[in-house]
Design a protein around this ligand. Structure first.
Ligand SMILES: [Zn+2]
Length: 514
């Protein structure tokens, strides 16, 4: 870990929505800033105006906040080094491109292909930016070049660097342009376009200038950017600036080592939260474990624990994304959230979010349910969560598992053989119910004492009947089974006394009467 506070940033392009890989990058940078008492910045890299998606910037902001990642400086919050949108910083990039031309680190290129068809390069296409200068514009004397620039359209390209650019990577150690093993073949520096024919910067120029002026100390990013880093290192050299420390982390892949994409999973954060009911707590936890070496044995961590434990120990190579792990974390985080809500009397946003997801799933699955029509679904759902706190994976599977709270179901299993008659069991069950005062659950959130009370009465009734035939175990087993059969249609789940407390007197009566 760095000795002082780290300033980190997340710099997405609003040309698409946040996905798993980019959210993980944001999270790592956020964790490093928070761990070291530094600042985390959000910068919108919107230099490629043609590919902008209109609502992408707002969605990026919403999704980051949803995931628990709040930036200290950036759009919507401001800060001392703004503006934080590259489209509002164009003059700064032009000024610095000019400086590079004057110091001969860069040159103006007047070739029609580059001047008229400005292409922005994304990280994986650095190589394609060279070529295109077919008249050796680098050799045009500076004065002549300045003269022509007055009325000729031109781009600015990086020249031949003085020395082979290299950097000390926090994951890969010393890397230089010659490190063929670490760097992909296409990594290029010479001739790469910095300023396009229309006067707007390419990603590389804007990124380096902004990181410098925003005083970024650490950049954690995916290895897909590694082919751009030699160029960035060369730009820092050319400007005479100290580069930030770079850490390149592996890509996210599926189990067949294929890069994670829309084809193998919904990697869009919007889909994960709405369609799959992923909790923000589970997702942050899940992503932190992809590429970072958790020093503890316990993988279930909330954000504050992640911050406390975070360091720069990343695994080399790609991370395989196993969604089984995500479901495991979902169960654990839901349990933490539910148990916290049970202890607290004030509304908790995480618990409210869980209720939102389940409320909508229940309305979709059981549109005609009497439970939905006759009572406050949020209170009802809260009661269900309190008695079944450990099984949440996603909203639809949860309401399906708890279907008997919403609807009648065909009987699941035949009653086991017993010498106790059905009518004796029925009479006993009705006795239990008569003892069960409906005021116990009316309008109050179910609490542990309520269950204890109902369970005590249930046990007392069983003991009463057991006295008659002198077989406690037999009675207990069959009365419980009878209650489950009637109240839960034989489905597994929380204990009968808890189910009775949630269903309420009236509904229990209705189900037992049948
Ligand atoms: Zn040229």
């Amino acid at each position: 870990l760095p000795s002082g506070p780290a300033r980190t940033r997340f710099a997405p392009s609003p040309t698409g929505y946040l996905h798993l890989g980019s959210l993980r990058t944001a999270l790592f940078n956020y964790l490093l800033a928070k761990r070291t008492g530094g600042q985390f910045l959000l910068r919108i890299e919107d230099t490629d105006q043609k590919r902008l998606v209109p609502d992408a910037e707002q969605r990026l902001c919403d999704d980051l906040r949803w995931a628990g990642i709040q930036w200290d400086e950036g759009p919507q919050v401001g800060g001392p080094y703004g503006p934080y949108k590259q489209s509002e910083r164009t003059p700064l990039y032009q000024k610095h491109a000019q400086e590079l031309v004057e110091s001969k680190a860069a040159f103006r290129c007047f070739c029609s292909s580059t001047a008229q068809a400005p292409v922005d390069v994304d990280a994986s296409l650095v190589g394609s930016a060279i070529g295109g200068c077919h008249s050796d514009c680098a050799s045009i004397p500076l004065e002549e070049s300045a003269e022509r620039a007055r009325n000729e359209k031109h781009a600015v390209r990086f020249g031949k660097p003085d020395k082979a650019p290299s950097w000390s990577d926090l994951v890969y150690g010393k890397v230089s342009l010659e490190s063929k093993k670490t760097l992909p073949q296409r990594a290029a520096v010479e001739g790469v376009i910095l300023l396009k024919g229309d006067g707007t910067p390419t990603y590389h120029l804007a990124n380096v200038i902004d990181d410098h002026y925003m005083k970024i100390t650490h950049v954690i990013r995916g290895t897909e950017w590694m082919s751009s880093t030699p160029l960035h290192a060369a730009l820092y050299n050319a400007f005479g600036w100290t580069p930030p420390a770079f850490a390149h982390v592996g890509l996210l892949t599926d189990k067949d080592q294929a890069k994670l994409s829309k084809r193998n999973f919904d990697t869009d954060i919007g889909a994960l939260k709405t369609k799959h009911g992923i909790l923000p707590e589970s997702l942050a936890n899940f992503l932190a474990l992809l590429g970072w070496r958790n020093p503890t044995r316990d993988d279930v961590m909330e954000m504050n624990k992640l911050i406390d434990l975070f360091d720069l120990k990343f695994t080399k190579g790609n991370s395989i994304v196993s969604f089984d792990k995500l479901w495991y974390l979902q169960k654990n985080h839901a349990k933490i959230i539910i148990e916290r809500a049970m202890q607290s009397s004030t509304a908790d946003p995480s618990f409210e979010n869980l209720l939102d997801l389940l409320e909508s799933a229940a309305r979709t699955a059981y549109p005609n349910s009497r439970a939905l029509a006759t009572q406050d679904l949020r209170i009802y759902m809260t009661k269900i969560l309190f008695i079944d706190a450990k099984t949440y994976e996603n909203p639809s599977s949860y309401v399906e598992r708890n279907a008997y709270f919403f609807t009648t179901l065909p009987p699941a299993s035949p009653s086991p053989d017993t010498s106790i008659s059905k009518s004796d069991l029925h009479t006993a069950a009705m006795d239990v119910l008569k003892n069960f005062d409906q005021t116990v659950t009316k309008d109050v959130i179910i609490s542990a004492p309520t269950y204890t009370e109902i369970k005590t009465r249930l046990d007392a009734t069983i003991a009463e009947y057991a006295k008659v035939i002198g077989e406690m175990k037999e009675w207990s087993k069959h009365l419980h089974h009878y209650l489950r059969e009637k109240l839960c249609f034989g489905r597994p789940g929380p204990g009968s006394s808890q189910v009775m407390a949630v269903l309420g007197h009236e509904e229990c009566w209705r189900r037992l009467e049948v």
